[in-house]
Ligand binder design. Structure first.
Ligand SMILES: [Fe+2]
Length: 510
């Protein structure tokens, strides 16, 4: 792009001329009503030389009527500075009506480990300017890498201002472990656009559009690249071959893609979505993000009428069938993929981000044993296979990262429930939610069960926030970042606790 072209990109409308200042100061809630970019911009799935740039065209966040029945050309630009003066590359992407005029530009040829700024333009209107970052090169010697891990943002439970804690923390990436939206709600500090269950593509689009109006969430997307994966509230995960349920699932995946900065599109009307990802941070860190929901064997294997109602159906009485060595949470292909990534890794730290907790957790309740069978406790043979691989291949510094339970839980992953944690092979960090609550009927028995679960070093269920990882060759430091309130916007984020795992050790110290 020539200087003249760059000027033409920036110029054209008053809004466009103001864009750099808008990026710094604007809150999403102040987006001009006439904007064709009511959801702002986002970036995601970075590699060492590429990143996906995202936006979605609409008249307004609550007006998802298609702008046209035809594809719409959208110009994009990537630069080395926030004023877009040092242009690196530019082009034209296509917003397709079948994908709700969302735009996913996979920009290639970028340089590793650096910041870039980007924007879109259509006609005379320019989007807000976003910032993104590539990963270090696969063969780089990396001395430090910082990233944030988030999960579970229930709109009705609270505002998402915990994201604003990331404004100055020098992270390079946000890893979102799912429950980006919730398909259900019972009311709270704010309400969903409908209290009816979501079923159609239009339903899911409206739900995603609503969530994207949270100002702090949009600021985070404008500021950092995301890697987003799916958990159970994002899309149906129950086993089903019913055509109506499959269409429901396809609608959820389709809308999820339209609203996320992800690289791979689902086939139209397909009840599957490619979300498996792996990333490498030079020689320092390998993160594997398997898909734990689409390929799992039935999670209702032990459910009976009586215990399914206990604690919102989360904890159930275990049964023999769950111990079946054939049972898998990831499916054969993903288990092989994870095997290869673990055994072939040269990285100093090796993280598995599986959305659900990998640690065992036995809960005694009124004289009965309960386990969280939707997590790895329902797939103990599959967990054992991963631990066998870690031990057999002498994987360097294995760490599990999870979300899902709206609580902070730090533990050591043992092969079996009740095993001495001193023999564990992997440290686990389960991070709390951005806003979703963990109900008292679940939190209390978990607290009561801690003495019987010595593998758990720390458990906290009432604070909302995220985890900030700071990784060096010598240690992995994790700050538990907590927000003081989520019942209204403007909460303040602080570091609540800090844990460290030393190179070569298993287990976190505070
Ligand atoms: Fe959740």
């Amino acid at each position: 792009m020539t200087i003249l072209q760059r000027r033409q990109f920036i110029a054209g409308t008053a809004a466009a001329l103001m864009a750099p200042a808008v990026f710094v100061n604007r809150t999403a809630a102040q987006t001009p009503a006439a904007s064709l970019f009511p959801f702002s911009v986002a970036s995601g799935d970075p590699t060492a030389n590429s990143v996906v740039l995202w936006t979605k065209l609409a008249r307004a966040a609550d007006d998802l009527e298609l702008l046209s029945r035809l594809p719409i050309d959208v110009e994009w630009i990537v630069a080395q500075d926030e004023r877009l003066s040092k242009v690196v590359c530019s082009g034209t992407g296509s917003a397709l009506p079948e994908y709700g005029h969302s735009v996913h530009v996979d920009v290639q040829g970028l340089r590793p480990d650096r910041w870039y700024w980007y924007a879109f333009r259509i006609g005379g209107e320019m989007s807000p300017i976003g910032r993104t970052r590539t990963l270090p090169a696969a063969d780089a010697l990396v001395s430090r890498f910082r990233f944030n891990v988030v999960s579970c943002q229930h709109w009705e439970n609270g505002f998402f201002d915990a994201y604003d804690g990331m404004a100055d923390d020098d992270s390079s990436l946000v890893l979102h472990l799912g429950d980006y939206i919730y398909e259900v709600g019972r009311g709270g500090v704010r309400t969903h656009e409908t209290d009816k269950p979501l079923r159609t593509l239009d339903d899911y689009r409206r739900r995603h559009a609503l969530y994207k109006t949270d100002a702090a969430l949009r600021r985070a997307h404008e500021r950092l690249p995301f890697m987003v994966t799916l958990d159970n509230h994002d899309a149906l995960t129950e086993d089903s071959s019913d055509a109506g349920e499959l269409a429901h699932r396809a609608a959820a995946y389709h809308a999820w893609y339209e609203f996320q900065p992800v690289r791979h599109a689902p086939a139209l009307h397909a009840p599957t979505m490619p979300v498996l990802r792996g990333l490498d941070i030079g020689d320092l860190l390998r993160i594997s993000i398997p898909d734990t929901r689409q390929f799992r064997d039935s999670e209702s294997v032990c459910a009976s009428g009586s215990d399914k109602d206990f604690a919102f159906g989360v904890f159930q009485k275990p049964c023999e069938a769950a111990e079946d060595p054939q049972r898998s949470m990831l499916g054969v292909a993903q288990e092989n993929w994870l095997d290869a990534r673990l055994s072939g890794s040269q990285a100093k730290w090796n993280a598995i981000a599986s959305t659900v907790m990998m640690s065992t957790f036995d809960m005694d309740h009124e004289g009965e044993l309960y386990r969280y069978l939707q997590s790895w406790d329902g797939y103990p043979a599959a967990r054992q296979r991963i631990l066998d691989r870690i031990e057999g291949s002498r994987v360097s510094n294995p760490v599990s990262i999870a979300g899902d339970i709206h609580s902070t839980l730090i533990s050591e992953v043992t092969r079996r429930a009740g095993e001495e944690p001193g023999r564990s092979l992997m440290t686990e960090f389960v991070g709390t939610s951005i806003s979703s609550l963990w109900p008292e009927p679940l939190a209390r028995p978990m607290h009561d069960a801690l003495p019987a679960n010595p593998q758990v070093r720390y458990y906290e269920s009432q604070k909302r926030g995220y985890m900030h990882f700071d990784v060096t060759p010598e240690s992995l430091n994790v700050e538990m970042r907590a927000i003081d309130r989520t019942d209204q916007p403007g909460g303040t984020v602080h570091t609540d606790r800090t844990f460290v795992v030393e190179n070569g050790q298993v287990g976190a110290k505070s």
